[in-house]
Ligand binder design. Structure first.
Ligand code: SF4
Length: 352
């Protein structure tokens, strides 16, 4: 390898993405099976943040090496995050994207000031529904009106802000009126997930007594939401994600496009070279071939699609899907059609 190329490779290896997990919530939402728990004390949360700071220090990262930081949960803002700042700030590059997930009940002007003071520049708020009976059934603890007010508070402090929605929750139906009210929120980003009935969720224990919408109803609603978001200038840049131009989530794009990322905190996953980590410890080591396939395949989820160069066997499989109208081909690159986005997981399974 020439020196220039080696230098570029070394430089790239020094640039990293960081995900930190905060497993604390006020109470467990009915649909949720994420690693999180209700009922923590302030002391418990402070110990957790101090442990994250110490884990981060022990990674011995180069100053300015973090290009994206993402605090997810749980509800990270239930913790006082300021003890992380002295360790984290020097590691962030000048243009680092620093996202924090927020629950609407965690939003206040004081808290937004505190987040901005530690370098946060992007907010993702979990709204999930704009239908009040659905929000109550989910156990979210706020109304659609309160969520709108919380988002307006966020927007006074952060331009780069968006929300998450869930489609397909029982009872949420096909009414688009709540969703259409989003036109005046000033959204820069929206993630739209279809409900997954997770085994360990409260909802799955009650499932026998609940009528769920059919797959077709859910897909129709996602289509309507996608059309509405396009009408307010949010382009679908990944299966579940929509953004105004220039406001795509760089952290998640880095993961889908195969970059390394460090995961710290309980249950956090990471990818460093050939090693996959959980809770900061090596959980699996892939062969170079497995690693390359895994890193590249997930780009199929993005609007730019998958470049099959070097993998003629992928092209053969994807040509079949192109004949069924699920992908479109441009030379060696394949992109999902709208119908293809509905079955992306099955397509990826065929390619793996
Ligand atoms: S959805 Fe979010 S706030 Fe609700 S229990 Fe899961 S992690 Fe906690």
């Amino acid at each position: 390898m020439g020196k220039d190329k080696q230098d570029r490779t070394t430089q790239k290896a020094l640039l990293l993405n960081l995900y930190a997990h905060f497993p604390f919530c006020r109470r467990k939402c009915t649909y949720c099976a994420l690693h999180s728990r209700a009922g923590s004390s302030e002391a418990m949360r402070a110990d957790y943040v101090n442990k994250l700071a110490s884990d981060l220090s022990s990674l011995d990262l180069a100053p300015g090496s973090l290009t994206t930081v993402y605090f997810g949960g749980g509800s990270p803002a239930m913790c006082d995050l300021t003890p992380l700042a002295p360790v984290l700030r020097p590691l962030m590059c000048d243009t680092c994207e620093f996202t924090v997930e927020l629950h609407p009940l965690d939003v206040s002007d004081e808290r937004m000031d505190a987040l901005a003071s530690i370098g946060v520049n992007r907010i993702s708020m979990g709204v999930q529904s704009l239908d009040n009976p659905t929000l109550a059934h989910m156990g979210r603890g706020y109304t659609a009106e309160a969520a709108e007010k919380a988002f307006a508070t966020i927007r006074r402090h952060f331009d780069n802000a968006g929300i998450d929605l869930i489609v397909g929750y029982p009872g949420d139906g096909c009414d688009m009126s709540g969703i259409k009210g989003l036109y005046s929120w000033g959204l820069k980003h929206c993630s739209v997930y279809s409900l997954i009935l997770e085994d360990k969720s409260i909802l799955s224990r009650r499932a026998a007594d609940i009528t769920f919408p059919s797959d077709d109803e859910v897909l129709d609603k996602i289509g309507e939401v996608a059309d509405f978001l396009a009408s307010i200038g949010l382009r679908r840049y990944e299966i579940s994600n929509y953004a105004a131009p220039g406001f795509e989530c760089r952290h998640n794009m880095s993961v889908w496009l195969g970059e390394d990322y460090i995961g710290i905190g309980e249950g956090a996953h990471g990818r460093l070279g050939l090693t996959r980590t959980v809770d900061g410890r090596a959980a699996e080591t892939l062969t170079p071939k497995e690693d390359e396939r895994e890193r590249r395949l997930f780009s199929l989820r993005t609007a730019d699609g998958l470049d099959t160069s070097g993998h003629p066997e992928w092209a053969v499989t994807l040509d079949d899907f192109a004949n069924k109208g699920l992908v479109v081909k441009n030379r060696t690159r394949y992109r999902l059609t709208r119908r293809g986005t509905e079955v992306c997981d099955s397509i990826l399974l065929e390619l793996l």
